[in-house]
Design a protein around this ligand. Structure first.
Ligand SMILES: *Cc1c(COP(=O)(O)O)cnc(C)c1O
Length: 391
């Protein structure tokens, strides 16, 4: 019972350190680990997670954009840091001045870097990205030799050092998917071009969380760990036994509890009606806070899917009726089985067991846990704790 509890996201930084140390031990001494903290660390708080990652000994951080990288530098991070999304015509001067490794996928990106090198008066660090089959960013195989040659020329002129060569996988969480072997072969072919040109990058990398866990042969020099940093399973359909701890817990107090008779219809559209007398609880978190509207399960076309659940007093309770912008209704139990919950009792929406996992929410919504955690926010207040502090 906590009458003043507010809806919040609680992030345990000890879990982040545990997950990164677990992966570091798994991949061994010859493979470096990068904690991917893009998108505000998948909704967990980039600055705090970055600090926890460094405390855990993680040598690399990765982000998508230049502003994300600069925010980490402004917060005092001085370690190796890679970004991989360059906008057309983007000014990379601050990134070069801040010693950020910038990814180049085209010679246009190298041109932007050359400008930044002149403006900042210091050499850049560049990593070359090749598209091996995701068909997203990355140089095509056709353009690769010219990109590599231009990168080598710039390195010989002292403009930059080519610190890395990398690519990204399309289906690492599906171990039998043919993309994995095809992309690995394409990457090794791209590396042969790099070697041939005389480049000697420090790190060659291909693996995300799922590949780091499931494909030892794809770990190469470095693994880029996003989802697993946060203790979420990047390959929920594959048994791998890696001990990951979810770092995020989302809680809110019950704001109202009411007994209702059989046949009572709930929320917008009356999409759910009580088949028997029951007890409803009101939770002050809605889709404006990132709770997916699709999680109600009853609002999708076709046969009604199972709704997402929350945990109250150690028991799972289903969402009932449509998720609203600011609130959602849960069923605390048909009459006689309710947990005796009262206004002010804490509801755990997402978190370590017995709370539902982000993966369970994803299943209820037909999406992936990445989307669940990155969207949670809105009016939820985020707070960081350290469950090992003083331990
Ligand atoms: C987001 C991202 C990652 C991390 O992927 P996870 O599946 O979360 O581990 C790695 N590399 C790149 C290029 C990414 O964009």
């Amino acid at each position: 019972m906590s009458a003043t509890a507010r809806p919040e996201i609680v992030v345990d930084l000890a879990a982040v350190r545990h997950n990164l140390r677990t992966i570091d031990a798994l991949v061994g001494d010859d493979v470096a680990t990068m904690a991917v903290v893009k998108a505000d660390a998948y909704g967990h708080g980039a600055l705090e997670v970055a600090r926890a990652a460094r405390e855990a000994g993680t040598p690399w951080l990765g982000v998508a954009t230049v502003p994300e990288a600069l925010a980490l530098r402004e917060a005092g991070d001085v370690g190796r840091l890679l970004c991989w999304l360059v906008l057309p015509g983007e000014d990379l001067t601050a990134a070069v001045a801040a010693d950020v490794d910038v990814t180049a996928a085209t010679t246009a990106h190298l041109d932007l870097l050359a400008r930044a090198v002149e403006a900042s008066g210091r050499p850049a660090r560049v990593q070359l990205k090749v598209d091996t089959g995701l068909s997203r960013s990355g140089s095509t195989a056709e353009a690769w030799p010219a990109l590599v040659a231009a990168a080598r020329a710039g390195e010989l002129e002292g403009r930059w050092r080519v610190t890395g060569v990398w690519s990204h996988l399309a289906a690492a969480e599906e171990p039998e998917h043919p993309a994995n072997a095809q992309q690995a072969a394409a990457f090794h072919a791209a590396l042969a071009v790099v070697e041939e040109a005389g480049l000697r990058p420090e790190v060659r990398h291909l693996a995300n969380s799922a590949a780091a866990l499931l494909h030892p042969d794809l770990r190469l020099d470095l693994v880029r760990i996003g989802l697993a940093t946060y203790g979420l399973d990047p390959a929920p359909d594959v048994a791998h036994g890696t001990d990951l701890r979810p770092a995020m817990t989302v809680t809110a107090p019950l704001t109202m509890v009411k007994q209702v008779p059989e046949g009572t219809s709930v929320s917008y559209g009356w999409r759910w009606s009580a088949p028997a007398p029951t007890t409803l609880g009101l939770v002050p978190v809605g889709y404006a806070d990132g709770l997916p509207r699709a999680a109600a399960g009853n609002d999708r076309p076709g046969p009604a899917g199972a709704p997402a659940e929350v945990e109250v007093g150690g028991r799972r309770r289903p969402l009932r009726g449509t998720v609203c912008m600011d609130q959602v209704v849960v069923e605390l139990g048909p009459a006689g089985t309710e947990v005796g919950a009262a206004v002010g009792d804490v509801v755990r929406l997402v978190g370590p067991a017995p709370a539902p996992s982000a993966q369970e929410w994803a299943q209820a919504c037909g999406t992936i846990s990445y989307e669940i955690v990155t969207r949670l926010g809105g009016r939820l207040v985020r707070r960081h704790v350290d469950s090992e502090e003083g331990a």
